[in-house]
Design a binder for this molecule. Sequence first.
Ligand SMILES: Cc1cc2nc3c(=O)[nH]c(=O)nc-3n(C[C@H](O)[C@H](O)[C@H](O)COP(=O)(O)OP(=O)(O)OC[C@H]3O[C@@H](n4cnc5c(N)ncnc54)[C@H](O)[C@@H]3O)c2cc1C
Length: 553
Amino acid sequence: MSKSGYPESLQESLAKVRETRSKRIKLAKKQRYYDRLSPNEYQKVLHKYHPDYAPEGRKVLKVGPNKGDLLQKELSDILQGQPWIVPDAFDKRLKSPDLNTDVLIIGGGGAGSAAALLASEQGVNVTVATKLRHGDANTMMAEGGIQAADLPYDSPYYHFLDAFGGGHFTNDKNLLRALVLDAPLVIQWLETLGVMFDKETDGTMKELKGGGLCRRRMHSSKDMIGMEIMRVLRDEVQNKVDKIKILEFCPAVELLLDETGTIGGAILYNLDNQEFIVVKAKAVILATGGYGRLHLHGFATTNHYGATGDGLVLGYRLGIPLRNLKYAQFHPTGAVFPEQSAGMLITEKVRTLGAEPVNCDGERFCHPLEPRDVESALIIRECVERGKGVVTPTGRVGVWLDSPMIDMIWGEGTVEKVLASKYLQFKRYGIDISQEPMLIFPTLHYQNGGLSINEWGETIIPGLFAAGEVSGGVHGDNRLMGNSLLDINVFGRRAGAKAAVFAKKRKRMKALTLRHLEEYLKALKMAKIKPQIKSPIILPDYRNQEAKAKMLG
Ligand SMILES: Cc1cc2nc3c(=O)[nH]c(=O)nc-3n(C[C@H](O)[C@H](O)[C@H](O)COP(=O)(O)OP(=O)(O)OC[C@H]3O[C@@H](n4cnc5c(N)ncnc54)[C@H](O)[C@@H]3O)c2cc1C
């Protein structure tokens, strides 16, 4: 056997995993996995072990449309944060905006890019303002796949039922209906634009099952589907330089209304020269993604650096209700070792291909494809309550995800070929995941809910749309794998098309105002809230006191 990439302290446990592997392989080949839990048992383990079912770490919202809701502390703090903008200071600047556009899209990830393409098709001028570079986004990082019911024995009906069950029956049915019905069209659209999906030798789509699915409907591109989709959407947008203007390193810090209460634009903050930019727009689409970088309950995260929930803050200040935000999605399989990769996603595809989670003794303890929230809770139970986790030299704890099973089931070379990116990421640290398992623990992954929208991405503010992870309802309380990449395309496209129509119809705009911000500040004062932080956060601050002490100012 080749040299192990793990330290001596983990070798005893690794030997036990090797010992039990051949027996587990025999069972896996016969599709005999650890028993699934019943719906009643789901509820029991979720309430006992899922981080978001515990009452601790929560704070009541005291202002806004969701006043009274008990949300995660980190989320409540940004929703009740101190704005960057002092309304009076902008009186003059609102009268002479720096930029005029028909449709302003805030966020240059997947949803924003899909929206930009559909909006520009209608002949309006489009501006995309994004926090970092175009494509620096969670979309770029997606690994496993995108769902669409397009095989003969599948149908949007089954897709709907799977997602509804996975969401604990709390999904908005109209949104879910739009999601599953548009899905085959979205796959065709992406393929026409140039997305290279994995194919069978006869040219048909290669499709796999995922957690919570009753049919094979996961379309993939090795384990880099997000990078492939983002590559194509970004190219398409950037090819339309005459129609779509891109402002990079320009996060939105506040939205603007006009005097009638219709959307009016946004104030951006240029991270390069630290100047504010006032943009007047006939329609605005929020596509800012999720809040994974808030590290809820102190968990590690899979998310990109700019995922700080900004869109939630901007929309909430305008009075848009939030939904399905009680439970965040913790992905069951985040890397625990090596330390540099802590929190990094290990795609669900690894389990889809047959790798099982096993404890420090090499024993199975859960079905490998329970819904994500349940699987996470079971891993936490194994480590915390049963003490069957594996402790790393830095004190992190996790269980093994037995990836060598994949080559043993599907043939030598499968891991390297099908999980190419994960293979290389671990190889860099001397771990060959086709020979040795990965150490994993749940990691903060996805926002589940967000701003309320209808099936066209419209919010309650005329002319303001939201699409993608910033919005809520389509996935209910728990998203299934592959439905978010679908969501961003379905609702990005819908919002883009509708926003363009709205902009075309809107002939004249009244004066821009920040009145909603004045009211929000008043509400904070009335509720005696002293904001803990400035929000939107824009970028998370990882400096410790020692580092800060050495810095200017
Ligand atoms: C590691 C990983 C793997 C995943 N794998 C899958 C998968 O296999 N299948 C699946 O369906 N889903 C997957 N997901 C989820 C999915 O990728 C995301 O939910 C989805 O891509 C979000 O798209 P979005 O356009 O809404 O947000 P993003 O792609 O995150 O884009 C949001 C953009 O808005 C920008 N932004 C943020 N705040 C502001 C602001 N104030 N002003 C301007 N711009 C701003 C951000 O910088 C970013 O560019 C995965 C997620 C991660 C993190």
